[in-house]
Design a protein around this ligand. Structure first.
Ligand SMILES: [Fe+2]
Ligand SMILES: [Fe+2]
Length: 279
């Protein structure tokens, strides 16, 4: 990479994407035990497009609710506000993640679909392992590849060199680091830092391709790593490509055996099929 491109890259990294306004207002509510319906309604009042999408999804077969939902208040009553908040978070980042990213082989909407798959897998993992407090994990999983929005252009420019290294056996994220000096996981960590998200989430995003580098409490980063592998596996299945492997170290720390991983993948596949039908 020449100096000019590198300078441009550094300049670009200084101007990180902004968190969607609705997501920024909702995130603190996810971890606030005092949050209630009224506050969710207040946030959504400023985003009628999102509210319409939310009500459409709430009324879809995905939720199979007994009554037709016509208001945010009703949706909260029927789904529970935690479930509703996650749904709103998922919908609110779809605009941010919509653009195609050719360097990463992601068509329009591809990054969002992958992020949804990984957040669903993370949710299933938490349920399977019976771990409490899934909100941090959900957010980290949904945002884990946000660094791709920043690096996409540079990866596309240097794709030939990156792919040559991948052909030699390097993983894509390591090849990114060799060619660009940084990879999307590290940049994603920077984005989450700029968004003032908790250090635990920043670390989980930064380490999602290298759980071996984790020290101390690795639970969130291990779950995001394994969920990313599950999401990647389902995508590989659909394309008839070789599936990515989850790190043996992360699986061992989580206490997840191959049968458990299989079960999580099966549940994730089922849930995603239903979700895809609904939207
Ligand atoms: Fe990634
Ligand atoms: Fe990913």
């Amino acid at each position: 990479m020449d100096e000019k491109t590198l300078a441009a890259l550094v300049g670009r990294i200084r101007s990180l994407p902004a968190m969607p306004a609705t997501a920024a207002r909702l995130l603190p509510l996810l971890s606030d035990p005092a949050a209630d319906t009224r506050r969710i309604e207040e946030v959504l009042r400023y985003d009628p497009g999102l509210t319409a999408d939310l009500l459409k999804l709430t009324n879809s077969a995905y939720f199979g609710l007994p009554a037709r939902v016509g208001s945010v208040r009703q949706a909260v009553l029927l789904l529970g506000w935690k479930r509703l908040l996650r749904l709103v978070m998922t919908l609110s980042v779809s605009g941010l993640m919509r653009e195609p990213l050719a360097g990463y082989d992601l068509p329009r909407g591809g990054l969002w679909r992958h992020s949804v798959a990984v957040s669903v897998a993370a949710d299933r993992l938490i349920a399977h392992l019976d771990i409490p407090g899934g909100d941090a994990v959900f957010t980290a999983a949904l945002l884990h590849d946000v660094g791709k929005l920043v690096l996409g252009r540079f990866v596309r420019e240097e794709l030939g060199r990156i792919e040559a290294l991948v052909a030699k056996g390097l993983s894509f994220d390591v090849a990114e680091t060799v060619v660009l000096g940084v990879n999307h996981a590290a940049v994603g960590g920077k984005v989450l830092e700029a968004w003032s998200l908790p250090p635990e989430l920043v670390r989980a995003v930064r380490l999602h391709h290298e759980p071996e580098s984790c020290e101390g409490s690795c639970l969130v980063s291990d779950i995001v790593h394994v969920a990313n592998a599950v999401g990647g596996r389902l995508e590989a299945e659909a394309r008839g490509a070789a599936p990515p492997e989850a790190s043996a170290e992360a699986l061992e720390r989580l206490g997840l055996d191959p049968a458990g991983l299989e079960e999580v993948a099966r549940q994730t596949r089922g849930e995603l099929e239903r979700f895809a039908e609904a939207i």
